[in-house]
Design a protein. Structure first.
Length: 225
C-alpha cells in the first residue's frame, strides 16, 4: 500500500486491541498483522502491545525487507493465493489495517482470517469510510468521493492526486453486515481521523470520530464465533 491513514488510526486501533487482549503478563497473545507493509503501523502500536508477539505478514518481499527493521518477526503470505502459512486457530488476534478495500475477493480473505484465529479471537479491521462527512457533501455537489477511484492510471473527478488501488469501499453499516456474515460477532465500530484532510478541517474531522458513521476511517473490532 503506497498510502496509509496515519499514526492516529494505528494508535486508536492498537488501544482497542490492547484493551481486548489485556495485560501480556496474564497470557501473551499471538497477533498477526496481515498486510503489514513496511511495519510502520505495527511499530507505532508496539508500545501498547508490549509483551504480546506481533508477527508481520505481507506478500511483498520489498515490504518485508523494510518491515524487518521494525518488527522482530515477519512472514511472507498471500491471502489471494491460498492459505496463509499458519495452522488453524494459531492467532489470538489479527490486525487487518486498510487491506480489505484493495481486495478482489474480500469474502475469501475473511474466511482465511477466521481460520487462523482461535475461537473467540479478535479481528481488528480498519478501512476508509465511503460515507465520511466530507464525502456526503461531495456527492451532493456531484463530486466523486474521496478514497474512491475510477482508474488505476490517474485520479478523475475527486480531490487528491495519488492512485492507491481501492477496489471496494464500505459504510459503517455495510462493514458491520459484511463482517458478521463471515462468521464474526461485531463488538464495536469506532472512528479515526485521516491525515490527508486539509489542516483547517482537521478539528472537524477529529470531532466526526465521535459518530463512526461520519468518520474518515472505520475501526471495527469483531470476535470469531
Amino acid at each position: 500500500m503506497p498510502v496509509a491513514s496515519g499514526d492516529a488510526r494505528s494508535l486508536r486501533q492498537a488501544r482497542m486491541l490492547a484493551a481486548a487482549l489485556g495485560p501480556a503478563a496474564a497470557r501473551p497473545a499471538v497477533v498477526l498483522d496481515v498486510g503489514c507493509g513496511d511495519g510502520t503501523a505495527a511499530a507505532a502500536a508496539a508500545p501498547l502491545l508490549a509483551g504480546h508477539r506481533v508477527i508481520g505478514v505481507d506478500w511483498s518481499q520489498d515490504a518485508l525487507r523494510r518491515a524487518r527493521t521494525r518488527l522482530p518477526d515477519v512472514v511472507r503470505g498471500e491471502l489471494t493465493a491460498g492459505r496463509l502459512p499458519f495452522r488453524s486457530g494459531v492467532a489470538d488476534a489479527v490486525l487487518f489495517s486498510e487491506v480489505v478495500e484493495h481486495l478482489v475477493d474480500p469474502d475469501s480473505a475473511l474466511d482465511e482470517l477466521r481460520r487462523v484465529l482461535r475461537p473467540g479471537g479478535h479481528l481488528m479491521l480498519s478501512t476508509p469510510n465511503l460515507a465520511a462527512w466530507y464525502n456526503r457533501a461531495l456527492l451532493l455537489a456531484g463530486v466523486q468521493p474521496v478514497f474512491s477511484e475510477v482508474s488505476l492510471r490517474g485520479i478523475h473527478g475527486r480531490p487528491g492526486s495519488e492512485v492507491v488501488g481501492h477496489l471496494r469501499l464500505y459504510t459503517a453499516r455495510a462493514l458491520r453486515e459484511f463482517v458478521a456474515a463471515s462468521g464474526f460477532e461485531v463488538v464495536r465500530v469506532a472512528g479515526a481521523p485521516f491525515h490527508g484532510v486539509p489542516r483547517p478541517l482537521r478539528p472537524l474531522d477529529r470531532l466526526a470520530c465521535a459518530a463512526p458513521s461520519l468518520s474518515s476511517i472505520l475501526l471495527l473490532h469483531a470476535r470469531r464465533m
